[in-house]
Design a protein around this ligand. Structure first.
Ligand SMILES: Cc1cc2nc3c(=O)[nH]c(=O)nc-3n(C[C@H](O)[C@H](O)[C@H](O)COP(=O)(O)OP(=O)(O)OC[C@H]3O[C@@H](n4cnc5c(N)ncnc54)[C@H](O)[C@@H]3O)c2cc1C
Ligand code: SF4
Length: 576
């Protein structure tokens, strides 16, 4: 079995073609100094920085990075407009031209749009300017960073999903375990059963991105969100299009506010990013603190694409990729305590994202770099307790990350009661360095913002959008879009999305709320089936799942939990 396991790992190393193998004991256990869970910008930056610091000190330590996507980048989705400065700091010896950015931003504008009309803002709103930034595919950047990390000796294993944290007898984190494979829908072992491997580490760094499943458990177990605002999120749907030559220049970027968010009392807006090779990335990113249980962001995204501001770029083009992902919006006041004994949290998993700018990549990288410095101290002292790891929070609080997040610490909360109130709050925050009139503004979990069918304002979104039809050239239904995400899941496994209380689900989630998951899920995983007798039941097509985590965040009464599926399952993003 050990031999088989090692061969599987060797196979999983594509595309990095690593030579190293994990050295395992007979108990299927791997030992490492540092375990990094997640191969996004935060995890890769942690690995690169730590490898460099160790080299400078002449120390040799094992750094293992494990990613659930089949390859680095396959689960990565972003806009993306990227600030380049952080790459100079992470890779001081590398020429910026070597980093696979797409194009330097050459034109940047914000449109306020109604259903058909538009007004171009004559100035950049505060924090939204993009001078000096680059458009990019974050997946491509991550693949590049992974190559750099492996050159520096980091061991990267893709296609392995970490499904639980390991604890010692004192309740301290000791690593994590990969998911058991070869089980049926009910968890019964099949002939090809493989128990998950235990990866034991002195320090485990959680770089799982938005609503990380292990990060969530760590935060709950150690009450790391105590005295902080609950995290709140947005969901972004994105398509990548190949378009006729000359439609948009590489580096031309546009943002939109207004339609269809304002009409549906939802916070957020759209983006249009011109890329090389006659491609354009379009997306709609909306807050999940909306009230209408029937609001369907994917459908709103399709409606938004029909607006002339967007459709003029897409006409006669071809959609080539689709995906969706949530992002944390709560800002400074929603950051949890960033450490527990033997564990640190970096990137979106903690909530390092500055909302007015819709930017988290550089903050994910900075947080990873500071986690690496803390990890070095811990390795040198051979002490991974909270006492040593608190250095991470101190570093953050003295850094540019703090400055950037603190000045907009009340931004997103100001918009909870609508756009007019939001702009009023924002104005007061601008003249008071972020404080506003009312000091710390609070957030509430997005799942609690959903109103019941009875209480929600009428007409509901599902009624307003009932006549909308997908034309299959500019607009697509969810199933067609999912095809363009490359999502695949092994049929034989315990479904990774789980209804928490099947007994109350009918009464609460279906009858009182009309099963919001059938609307908000951007991949049609949830289908509300009505039988001949009129009985309604939820059917779950987990194979469509895009790992966006919306169901874990938005379902009323916290009715659904998202767990990791088998490693290598999920979307197969190429350039998202
Ligand atoms: C629609 C959208 C547009 C955006 N636009 C921009 C933009 O223009 N500019 C900008 O700066 N930021 C943007 N962001 C935000 C930015 O993408 C994130 O802040 C950034 O990707 C966070 O990096 P991360 O490493 O923390 O997480 P991620 O990039 O999400 O990476 C986490 C990785 O961990 C892996 N993982 C998770 N759990 C496990 C597990 N249990 N086991 C193994 N692997 C695991 C995931 O598969 C993933 O590869 C956008 C985000 C979205 C969704
Ligand atoms: S099942 Fe949940 S995580 Fe998967 S695509 Fe739907 S909402 Fe997103």
């Amino acid at each position: 079995m050990i031999f088989l396991y090692i061969s599987q790992l060797a196979l999983s190393l594509h595309p990095l073609k690593l030579k190293k193998k994990l050295i395992m004991s007979s108990t299927n256990t791997v030992k490492t100094d540092i375990l990094i869970i997640g191969g996004g910008p935060s995890g890769l930056a942690t690995a690169i920085r730590l490898a460099d610091l160790l080299k400078q000190k002449g120390l040799e330590r094992r750094i293992l990075l494990i990613e659930k996507g089949a390859s680095i980048g396959s689960h990565i989705l972003s806009g993306a407009v990227v600030c380049p400065q952080v790459f100079k700091e992470l890779l001081p010896d590398v020429d910026l031209n070597e980093i696979p950015f797409n194009a330097k931003v050459c034109k940047d504008a914000l449109y306020l749009i109604s259903r058909k009309g538009k007004i171009k803002l004559p100035f950049d709103p505060p924090y939204m300017g993009n001078k000096g930034n680059y458009t990019a595919s974050l997946g491509e950047i991550c693949r590049y960073l992974a190559t750099k990390a492996t050159e520096k000796g980091v061991e990267i294993y893709t296609g392995f999903a970490m499904s639980e944290l390991l604890y010692d007898e004192n309740g301290k984190v000791t690593g994590a375990k990969t998911i058991d494979t070869g089980v049926d829908h009910y968890g019964e072992q099949l002939e090809n059963f493989q128990p998950g491997s235990l990866v034991e580490a002195k320090l485990t760094i959680l770089a799982e991105g938005t609503r990380g499943s292990l990060t969530k458990k760590l935060i709950q177990k150690f009450d790391l969100q105590k005295d902080r605002n609950p995290q709140i999120y947005s969901l972004g749907c994105k398509e990548l299009w190949s378009i006729p030559e000359g439609r948009i220049k590489p580096g031309e970027i546009y943002h939109t506010m207004g339609y269809p968010a304002v009409q549906n009392r939802v916070f957020g807006g759209g983006f249009i990013y011109g890329l090389n090779d006659n491609k354009v990335a379009v997306g709609l990113v909306l807050g999940l603190d909306y009230a209408d249980p029937t609001f369907d962001l994917h459908k709103a995204f399709q409606m938004w694409k029909m607006h002339p501001v967007v459709s003029k770029y897409l006409k006669d083009g071809k959609m080539i990729e689709y995906g969706a992902k949530t992002l944390p919006e709560g800002g400074w006041y929603s950051l949890p305590k960033l450490y527990a004994d033997n564990a640190l949290i970096v990137g979106d998993g903690a909530g390092f994202l500055t909302m007015p700018a819709l930017k988290g990549i550089h903050l994910a990288i900075y947080s990873g770099m500071m986690a690496a410095e803390t990890a070095l101290t811990a390795l040198e002292k051979n002490d991974f307790s909270e006492q040593t790891l608190q250095q991470y929070e101190l570093l953050i609080s003295k850094s540019s990350v703090y400055k950037e997040l603190h000045r907009v610490r009340n931004f997103r909360q100001g918009f909870i009661n609508g756009m007019i109130a939001g702009f009023f709050h924002f104005g007061t925050q601008l003249v008071s360095c972020g404080a506003g009139f009312f000091g710390k503004l609070k957030t509430h979990p997005d799942s609690r913002a959903t109103k019941t069918l009875h209480d929600a304002r009428k007409p509901l979104f599902k009624e307003k959008a009932s006549t909308f039809e997908f034309d299959k050239s500019l607009t697509f239904d969810k199933v067609t879009d999912v095809f363009y995400s490359g999502a695949l899941h092994d049929e034989k496994q315990v479904p990774h999305v789980q209804v928490n209380n099947p007994e109350t689900y009918d009464k609460i989630n279906i009858h009182t709320y009309d099963a919001p998951c059938q609307y908000y899920c951007p991949a049609e995983v949830y289908e509300l089936h009505t039988g001949k007798t009129g009985h309604k039941e939820l059917r779950i097509h987990f194979e469509n799942c895009l790992h966006c985590k919306t169901c874990d965040i938005k379902e009323p009464a916290d009715g659904i939990t998202w767990n990791v599926p088998n490693g290598g399952n999920g979307p197969e993003y190429k350039s998202m």
